[in-house]
Design a protein around this ligand. Structure first.
Ligand SMILES: [Zn+2]
Length: 279
């Protein structure tokens, strides 16, 4: 990473203002880079059309409807530009430059405000028909379960394992907490309610990861995102349970590891998909 610049999206200001600030940020990164830059990669939450480079109606960018962001970026920055789902891009980044290096089949899961992910099959990032596949957070772990705010169904992995849901379930159980990290800390300190919420989180995550492992038989499952910063309090038990729950041969060859790219996973991932699609 030669240059890394960050700014809040402030999505409510709308696409016109947002794109102007985004491209200014892009130019700032280009200016700071010592090497010649060959292409622009853009990662964003869906729904979007990755091959057309169009944001259809991203859930977290209200009002950004049918924005041809790749074409606009290309015109503004004078470079070829590609768009991909941000979780797909992150998977590509961890596969090419991070904890998934050297694998042929890999599942990447980000456990953060929501739960997202991406799948690499036979060395290539899986996108589905228009780039909206690989929505790993919406794998069902309890079909009669909690309503999922992300997609409207019930019992999605995201409805249990996301940071938002961990804090929410703790508050429903009577705790006064702000974040998933508060719940993790209370659980470490022996708070019985927090322990129960954390246990449910581990069970849901292990269930989701074991199911994904059974489907794809990856060599590695890479787990990143804010909640994964709890480290072995999360990854240790999940690793053990997935090993115990997944089908024998799948479990045998499987590693469950922490992501390596941290805060830069979004931009490294966007660069990785640009590399893959344009180079
Ligand atoms: Zn869902």
């Amino acid at each position: 990473v030669e240059a890394f610049v960050v700014a809040p999206s402030e999505a409510v200001r709308g696409p016109e203002d947002g794109l102007r600030r985004l491209f200014a940020l892009g130019r700032q990164a280009l200016d700071a880079s010592r090497s010649e830059v060959a292409a622009v990669g853009i990662g964003c939450g869906g729904p979007l059309d990755s091959s057309a480079g169009v944001l259809i109606a991203p859930l977290h960018l209200p009002g950004w409807t049918d924005v041809p962001i790749a074409e606009l970026a290309s015109a503004e920055l004078g470079l070829p530009a590609v768009l991909d789902n941000d979780a797909t891009a992150a998977a590509a980044g961890e596969h090419r430059f991070g904890a998934g290096r050297g694998t042929r089949n890999m599942v990447y899961l980000t456990v953060s405000t929501g739960v997202g992910g991406g799948v690499v099959l036979d060395g290539r990032v899986f996108r589905g028909s228009t780039g909206n596949g690989g929505e790993l957070g919406h794998v069902t772990v309890d079909w009669n379960g909690r309503p999922c705010k992300g997609c409207g169904r019930r019992g999605c992995l995201e409805a249990y394992a996301s940071g938002t849901s961990i804090a929410e379930r703790a508050r429903e159980a009577g705790m006064e907490v702000e974040t998933a990290s508060d719940v993790a800390a209370a659980s470490r300190a022996g708070d019985a309610v927090a322990e129960r919420v954390w246990e449910e989180t581990l069970a849901a995550l292990a269930c989701g990861v074991a199911s994904l492992a059974n489907v794809f038989e990856p060599e590695r499952v890479v787990i990143g995102g804010g909640v994964s910063r709890e480290g072995d309090q999360l990854l240790g038990p999940v690793r053990e349970r997935v090993k115990a729950e997944a089908i024998g041969p799948v479990a045998h060859s499987l590693e469950v590891v922490a992501a390596e790219l941290g805060d830069t996973v979004g931009v490294v991932g966007a660069a990785a998909v640009a590399f893959e699609r344009l180079m």
